[in-house]
Ligand binder design. Sequence first.
Ligand code: AHM
Ligand code: MG
Length: 337
Amino acid sequence: MSEEKVTTDIITLTRHVLDEQRKHKEASGDLTVLLNAIQLGCKFVAANVRRARLLNLIGLAGGTQNISGDEQKKLDVISNEIFINALRSSGKVAVMVSEEDEEAIIVEDGLKGKYCVVFDPLDGSSNIDAGVNVGTIFGIYRVAEGSSGTVKDVLRPGNEMVVAGYCMYGSSANMVLTLGNGVNGYTLDNAIGEFILSHPNIKVPSRGKIYSVNEGNTKYWNEACQEYFHSLKFPPEGKNPYSARYIGSMVADVHRTLLYGGIFAYPDDKKSKNGKLRLLYECSPMAFLTEQAGGKATTGHKRVLDVVPETIHSRCPIFLGSKDDVEDVERLYKKYS
Ligand code: AHM
Ligand code: MG
């Protein structure tokens, strides 16, 4: 009888980060501790998302009162609390910004560390009832030299972020991470409770075949946007039109874009001059990941990573994905500017 081969030398996320840290002599290990807190948060949220889906299914199947509305709300709040507690108790964080909290959270002296973490604890949560993938998005800054950790430490462009990532809660939990040295993907092995390196060195193809945008907003788009998306659907003779894919959950749409290529967009339009997505904890981390994977991210007019947030919840238009596709958008914005 043949025995199943067991891999005993697995590369966990922590091991991978430690290996990276050893390459930098000045590394103190603080970032590893902080990333462990983020991993804990993600595992905890993954378990809660699975549980909520099950509760929702049971509720519907039994014809009982629909609990999903309440559950969905609670899940946002629970996820936020999970991350705040994990981050604060790591002792490595000075400032936190969450989509769920109006104000920045300043960690009390005694537990204060040298990092700032900006995050959306459960992005796309309006999709939970339909069983669609949701995710956590995060970015990490170092507290500025001489600062004791104030909101000013996060009102900085994405090009000053040291780490960015997201965790997608789907059929499995997938963490995608950059420390500014390429992008790696890890899958949660529920049996051992560890994220295992499953997608090393993710590179977004230089051109894709998929576009991802809420086309229900076409009426409000500017001329550059109108022409761009029209050109994908009605290409010149001999070229195939692009496929449309839009989940409406940023983490899932960006995840597919990183793996398969193409373009994801939430543009500015006549209704919302800065689009819908938030710069600090949605656009900047995703732009950092995309650039590290060899792609590009633009507002149409400028690099997303160069946009300085005016407030912690400022919005920013975004087109991200394959380099050649994003450059087509940039050319059209220039033409109409
Ligand atoms: P949320 O932070 O309230 O969950 O909203 C963000 C989500 C993103 O995940 C997604 O890309 C976008 O909203 C979809 O918006 P729309 O429904 O307008 O297409
Ligand atoms: Mg969000």
